[in-house]
Design a binder for this molecule. Structure first.
Ligand code: GN1
Ligand code: MG
Length: 356
């Protein structure tokens, strides 16, 4: 979309939703990697408009089907936050298109979307929201849900994809690249643990992208107004959702940071995550699931590191990059985070013991 006529084009898109007012302002919103998200102002209100990445999500009907089941199940339940779903056009469709790009419109939820939590209270609230989401969805039969991205959090599959990329890559395997390759090769131990958990724990409806920027805090940070980015809601394990919280909340540096010496795990925020998640899931969380939570942190740092490194080896075809080694550096960031989690295993298991 060319900048100059952007407002006019968006105005045309909004007409499909019965909205005739002129568009007064369009701003980029949030920091997601996959879709492009904009905050759109018209005189009477604000909307979120998103250009939808069909390459990453080739089965949009599956997303809609899963979310319909969640919506039906949650109807009448008293969830403390919003789950903003795509709006329907006057013709009943979930997408509009312009120049072969698909767009979706969402109601705008007021509040703050952040990439880094400032204190344990914010960590607690985010974990409570994601734990609360899983609990509220308990009872939905996961057999009826579809995989929106096949093998999305399957660590064995991601490891095999990494091995394949390694075999076919055009990149020279030396220096920092080789260090990363060697590091992730050793994580085959985590793959074994993953297989064990998958064989023993129940599948549930999980969010599967519990990055901190997928919640909207109230302006005063006293509560969560909404859980967003619901595209990957499908069957999963509790440790996926807890794990991505650890990865993006209990870290001292964001995923894009190259300040290697500063990458560590903040145990106060980790403890707050455990508290919020376990409290929200309450009796719905089994002892075995609770025991799997620390594994989730390691597994999600590992799977993201593997995915970034695989993408680097494949020539950066999945994640948008701002410079050539961006994905390599993201994989290094996740490797250091994983290392920190592994070094702090003992302290983390003590934190888990304390949580009721
Ligand atoms: C992607 O689009 P975004 O930023 O919410 C990715 C997640 C990763 C995340 C890493 C569909 O999420 O799996 O954890 O980047 N989503 C997809 O920052 O691949
Ligand atoms: Mg997102």
């Amino acid at each position: 979309m060319i900048e100059l006529n952007m407002n006019a084009v968006i105005g045309q898109l909004l007409k499909h939703y019965g909205q005739e007012e002129e568009v007064t302002e369009v701003k980029k919103y949030g920091s997601g990697h996959i879709h492009k998200t904009f905050l759109v102002d018209i005189p009477s209100q604000q909307y979120i408009l998103q250009s939808f990445n069909r390459k990453v999500f080739p089965f949009p009907d599956r997303i809609a089907g899963n979310l319909q089941q969640v919506k039906t199940h949650l109807h009448g339940k008293n969830l403390e936050f919003n789950l903003p779903l795509p709006m329907r056009t006057t013709a009943g469709k979930l997408f509009t298109d312009h120049e072969n790009v698909f767009y979706r419109l969402f109601p705008f939820v007021e509040g703050k979307c952040i990439d880094k939590v400032e204190n344990p209270k914010q960590a607690y609230l985010a974990a409570q929201a994601f734990g609360g989401f899983i609990k509220a969805c308990a009872g939905i039969t996961t057999d009826g849900l579809e995989e929106v991205i096949e093998g999305f959090h399957d660590l064995s599959l991601r490891y095999r994809q990494f091995e394949m990329a390694l075999k076919n890559t055009q990149i020279e395997l030396s220096g920092e690249v080789l260090d990363m390759v060697e590091f992730y090769k050793k994580q085959v131990l985590l793959v074994r643990k993953y297989k064990h958990y998958v064989e023993t724990l129940p599948l549930r409806v999980t969010h599967n992208d519990t990055k901190i920027n997928n919640v909207i805090f109230s302006d005063d940070f006293s509560k969560i107004n909404a859980v967003i980015d619901l595209d990957t809601v499908m069957a999963g394990y509790v440790f996926y959702d807890f794990g991505d919280l650890v990865r993006t909340v209990a870290c001292t540096e964001e995923e894009g940071s190259v300040e290697w010496d500063k990458i560590d795990i903040d145990l106060d925020k980790y403890a707050a995550l455990l508290q919020g998640f376990v409290e929200a899931m309450d009796s719905e969380l089994s002892a075995e699931e609770k025991e799997s939570l620390p594994f989730g942190g390691e597994m999600m740092a590992c799977i993201m590191g593997l995915r970034f490194l695989t993408d680097y080896l494949n020539g950066n075809i999945y994640y948008p990059i701002s410079y050539q080694d961006h994905n390599l550096h993201r994989s290094k960031n996740q490797a250091l985070l994983l290392q920190a989690l592994q070094t702090k295993r003992k302290s983390i298991s003590l934190l888990l013991e304390k949580v009721q």
